[in-house]
Structures are given as C-alpha cells and as structure tokens.
Design a protein around this ligand. Sequence first.
Ligand code: NAD
Length: 293
Amino acid sequence: MIIIDGKKISQIIKEEIKEDVEKRNLKGLKQPHLAAVLVGDDGASQTYVNSKVIACQKVGFKSTLITKDKTISQNELLQVIDQLNEDKDIDGYIVQLPLPKHIDEEKVLMKVNPDKDVDGFHPYNFGKMALEMPTFISATPYGIMELLERYQIEVASKHCVVIGRSHIVGRPISILMSQKKKYANATVTLAHSRTKYLEELTKTADIIITALGNPEFLKADMVKEGVVVIDVGITRVSDPKAKRGYVLRGDVEFESVSKKAKAITPVPGGVGPMTIAMLLKNTLLACQRNEHK
Ligand code: NAD
C-alpha cells in the first residue's frame, strides 16, 4: 500500500517554483505577487491565509495580505476588488471564503478579473477548465490531478466515484477526471447527498475521491480491495487531549480503509498541502502571462 505523500510532493513543487523565481530574478524579470483578502476573524480562514503568505515568502514571491473587519459592506469589499484588479504589480489574488453572510459571494467572485483569478473560481475560468482550454484550474482539484500524475496512478478507463459536488472540489474534479488527457480518461460517477445506494457505487470504484466534510465517513466495508482513495475532507474534531483542543480528520476512516487500498492520501499531509503549492503555481502562471500581454 502506498501512502500518497502530499507534503513531500508539495515541497518538490515549491522547490521547482523557487528555482523558476530565482531564474526570473537573474533575468531581471518581475517578482510574482500574490494578494489575499481576508474578511472577518474566522480562525480556520486566518490559518489558511497565513500559510499562503508564508508559502509565498518561501518561494520568493511578493505577498500582500488585506484584512477587513467582518462588518465591511459589500460595496466596500467590491471596491477592494476593483483596486486589486487595477494594481499592475499584483499578478493574482484570492478572496478567502467563506465571506460573512451579509455579503453575496457570487457578486464578489464575479468581480474578480479572470486574469488574476488564481483560485480558478470565476465562471470564465471554470468554463475554460470544463472545455479543456488552458486556464487557472482551482487549486484543490489541480493538486489532486498533480498527485495522481506524480505517483503515476493509472486513471484511464477506471471507474472513479467522486463524493461531493461543491463548486470548488467535487464538481471540478469530476470534470477533470473524465477529460481526454493523460492521468484522466476515467469513467466518473459524481455522488452527493441525494445519491441512493452510495455503497453500491463505492464498492465498484477503482478510485474514490471524497470531498464531503464528514469525518471518517468512508469505511472499509464500502470499498473494494486495491482501491485508490483520495481524501479531500478536513474537519476539526474536538479532542481535549490534543494540544490545540482538536484534531484534523478526513472523510475516510484511514486506519481500516488503508488496509484494503492500493494507494491512499492521509489527512493531514495529503491533498491539503497540495492546495497551496498549486495556488503558487497558478500565481507564477499569471505572472508569466502578464509578461506576454
Ligand atoms: P461542501 O460542504 O461545499 O460540499 C459537500 C458536498 O458533499 C455536497 O455536495 C454534498 O452533497 C455532499 N455530501 C454531504 N453529505 C453527503 C453524504 N452523506 N453522501 C454523499 N454526499 C454527501 O464541501 P467542500 O467545500 O467541497 O469541502 C468538502 C471537504 O473538503 C471539507 O471537509 C473541506 O474542509 C475540505 N476541503 C479541503 C481542501 C484542501 O485543501 N484539502 C479544500 C477545500 C475543501
């Protein structure tokens, strides 16, 4: 059984990006610049954004963190987006989700200039991704595809069951896995909360991608021997014995499922670290594209 080490692969990718940045510096080219907008004081969002800023520094990117109080009005936030769109030094930026309830997320995401949309959430980029045109692929599904490729997991003609249909993970990964390209070409079933007889699907799956946010949902009796399991779920489960008062759990009961699996991602250390690495990759791409405009 192979444990797919997202931490290791993400470090390799970050090294590759760092080398590219060093080469750019030697040629006198612009330093890639990623900005992040954080609204409110949600602990998990702060942790994610901080790790993105640190990752930028490590690969030699410039980073800008814009923090706004949770009481910011929608119009004020849209003005921040306008400024980021106009700022020529910023190659790409992300708006950390979720946003406070009084703000219409769709309006904000639609305002992001697609050329700076390194999260790949804008419908323009999502559409291009679905049509197999070069674009920013959102970081988590992009990270999963990268893991499959770097571990040379056979995907073509396999039955892949994706559990979860969110716009940021389940839906895009179901599209990517079915595309006509290397390390894809799978036959995909997209399961969700209204799917009946899920176990019948997962038991026939060669590859299972879980993105539901339900800790240890996928059990060993739901999978067949030799399955490849990619666990996207990350949920904080309270644990008084843990230093921080909680532990991170994936959607897969790792202990039992790993005994049947051919390959599996752990949580933490699987898909999670890949997300930041792919965000950096998208930012470098945005910077390179800006040069050729
Ligand atoms: P979401 O809440 O937007 O969507 C969950 C999906 O799961 C829904 O489509 C729902 O239909 C489906 N679902 C829920 N219960 C189900 C059930 N019992 N059977 C079948 N389907 C069911 O979630 P999301 O934003 O896609 O995130 C999913 C998980 O992935 C979360 O734990 C999140 O923290 C994690 N996540 C991790 C990363 C990363 O970097 N690794 C990135 C994004 C999300």
